[in-house]
Design a protein around this ligand. Structure first.
Ligand code: PHE
Length: 342
């Protein structure tokens, strides 16, 4: 019996030391086989309990099982430590292995598209401007020639913070803020998040990114407007893409247009992305309504200009062939990593 117990003690000591000393998973596996495998001394000892005198079997068996359990626990803990070390790249590694690639993150597809659009318009002399997301009713609606009883207000407004402040429903209020502050000429591009009374479905989100554009100067005509938009569309979508201006209405532009581009996926033949029409709507736009100039103190007899607003998510969907806008709002790195590698 003394022999039995002292062998157990020895195995417990040397076994735990060997487990602690294992430097990598392969070494640990060797230790496991040596101390707990089918032919290990501890295993054989456990099997021999039955050969002991009857009164000694119970205490000997209990002690042997305790040692086995302890070694198993140590083994499991060490395995977890080694796995963590491997994950953090701390493990001693084979110098001939290729380096581990580490993903350092990537820009969101909406950010990529925003930057690209801003770069293209920069070539036409546009600079970036910003404005607040919590906006006054004056800038969001009234300054933009949108009386509060206009149907567009009911369709768009979402959260009021107090009676006079609303989460902006578009980036257009920044037009008014900039014009109030700076004399013409103005050429700005305004990226930012806007909030709408919209459902969250495959092509709508209640909060989304827009880019607003505004150009004001003496003598800006509808031709300048169309040519600038066409230039942008060709640079962004490709030389073979066709632009279409459809008459539309916005309270702050006159005349107004919806701008469509020929579907980049089916090239105008009709597919599910363009709902069979061959066209994708990319922006609302038009010539700035003189009433807006009057509201911000510009001389509406002297100055003209054009403005446009586009949904960045929808453009990113076209560019990267993303089938559902909701994917843009999931923080799944496997999705995000597809668009840019650092
Ligand atoms: N603000 C409009 C919208 O969000 C888009 C727009 C901007 C239309 C500028 C005309 C001019 O729908």
């Amino acid at each position: 019996m003394e022999d039995f117990l002292s062998t157990l003690r020895e195995l417990e000591e040397t076994g735990s030391a060997a487990i602690r000393g294992a430097g990598d998973p392969a070494e640990l596996e060797q230790v496991r086989v040596e101390y707990l495998g089918r032919k290990a001394r501890l295993t054989l000892l456990l099997r021999s309990v039955g050969e002991l005198p009857p009164e000694r079997r119970r205490p000997a068996g209990a002690e042997a099982n305790r040692v086995k359990k302890r070694l198993l626990e140590l083994l499991e803990a060490r395995a977890a430590e080694l796995a963590a070390a491997v994950a953090e790249g701390r493990a001693e590694s084979d110098a001939t292995l290729p380096g581990r690639e580490r993903w350092r993150g990537a820009r969101h597809p909406c950010t990529l598209v925003t930057d690209e659009i801003c770069e293209i318009f920069k070539e036409l002399g546009f600079v970036r401007a910003r404005g607040p997301e919590a906006e006054s009713v004056w800038y969001n609606f009234i300054a933009l020639n949108t009386p509060l009883d206009h149907p567009a207000v009911d369709e768009q407004d979402t959260f009021y913070l107090g009676s006079d402040v609303v989460l902006r429903t578009h980036t257009s209020p920044v037009q008014a803020r900039v014009m109030e502050k700076w004399p013409p000429p103005v050429r700005i591009l305004v990226p930012g998040v806007v909030y709408r009374r919209d459902p969250f479905d495959a092509s709508h989100a209640p909060a989304f990114e827009q880019i607003e554009g505004l150009a004001v100067d003496e003598g800006i005509s509808f031709v300048d407007f169309k040519a600038s938009i066409n230039y942008f569309v060709r640079r962004f979508f490709g030389e073979d893409v066709v632009t279409r201006f459809r008459p539309s209405f916005f309270p702050f532009t006159e005349p107004s247009a919806e701008v469509d581009v020929s579907c980049t996926i089916c090239h105008g033949k009709g597919c599910s992305a363009c709902k069979g029409t061959g066209w994708i709507e990319i922006m609302g736009a038009g010539m700035v309504d003189p009433a807006v100039f009057d509201n911000v103190g510009y001389d509406s007899e002297r100055y003209t200009g054009f403005a446009f607003g586009m949904g960045v998510g929808r453009i990113a969907m076209q560019r990267y062939r993303i089938p559902d806008i909701r994917l843009l709002y999931e923080s799944d790195v496997r999705f995000l990593a597809q668009f840019e590698r650092a």
